[in-house]
Design a protein around this ligand. Structure first.
Ligand code: SF4
Ligand code: SF4
Length: 240
């Protein structure tokens, strides 16, 4: 039996889950929910959420405070006083799940960070590294936040799908980091953030006739995640 099958989904309770713009759009499409129904900006002054891997965004109301864009959390139904991902569907405790059963309510549309847990890519970017997640990741010692009931075996991961998910996750967070760099040069209000994302992500596809080839070499401009003019256009339309 895979570790998740007897688990209360400690990972969906213990972590603030960082999301990319692509994750947000995918979840909104799948659920019909609006940005404000499931996205929060989480303060991250110590970098404990971003851990140098996901981008920080800044906003004018608290200009010195770095934020990470995350999934919203709610209170657990069966483990009072503890938090959980707002998409985690809980079931009452039973013999196999003394802390309660749980499943992801948006499994097919779950964010990249959820898809790849508990793995990461090796430095060369061509192999999967299975991480040791046996220790609780936060100071709160409540068992709700305990992670996998036993260590994973490499044979329990799909060698094709897992690496593909890691590649997409790496790409999308790199793209999101580019967006963060541009946003942070002239931050706007948190209220303007969803419209900004919508404008940036709606400009991700270009027709071949609009792609200019660089004079030297053969790199297409379309290989750049987005152009400065697209970003300026998005900013101007939000400001208007
Ligand atoms: S904590 Fe580990 S075993 Fe439990 S649901 Fe998450 S990945 Fe699966
Ligand atoms: S989106 Fe699903 S897999 Fe990810 S933390 Fe929430 S419940 Fe868990």
């Amino acid at each position: 039996m895979a570790p998740c099958e007897s688990c209360h989904a400690g990972c969906c309770r213990a972590f603030a889950v960082p999301v990319t713009g692509a994750d947000i759009i995918t979840i909104a499409r799948q659920t019909g929910l609006s940005f404000w129904d499931f996205v929060v900006r989480w303060v991250d002054p110590e970098g404990t959420i971003s851990r140098g891997r996901v981008p920080n965004f800044f906003f004018p109301d608290v200009p010195e405070t770095p934020f990470v864009i995350c999934l919203m959390q709610t209170q657990s139904l069966f483990l009072p006083g503890t938090a959980k991902c707002r998409f985690l569907v809980e079931c009452p405790p039973d013999e196999l799940h003394p802390l309660g059963g749980a499943r992801c309510g948006i499994y097919g549309a779950r964010p990249s960070a959820c898809r790849v847990f508990p793995t990461k890519m090796n430095r060369a970017g061509d192999l999967v590294v299975l991480c040791n997640v046996s220790s609780p990741p936060r100071d709160d010692a409540h068992p709700a936040y305990d992670l996998c009931p036993r260590e994973w075996e490499v044979e329990e991961l799909d060698p094709v799908r897992t690496l593909q998910d890691l590649v997409v996750t790496k790409y999308e967070f790199a793209f999101f980091a580019e967006i963060a760099r541009a946003w942070n040069q002239a931050p706007k209000s948190w209220k303007a953030f969803p419209e900004f994302l919508r404008l940036v992500y709606s400009n991700r596809i270009l027709h071949e006739s609009d792609v200019k080839l660089e004079e030297e070499g053969s790199q297409d401009v379309a290989t750049v995640p987005f152009t400065n003019s697209q970003m300026d256009d998005a900013s101007a339309r939000i400001a208007a």
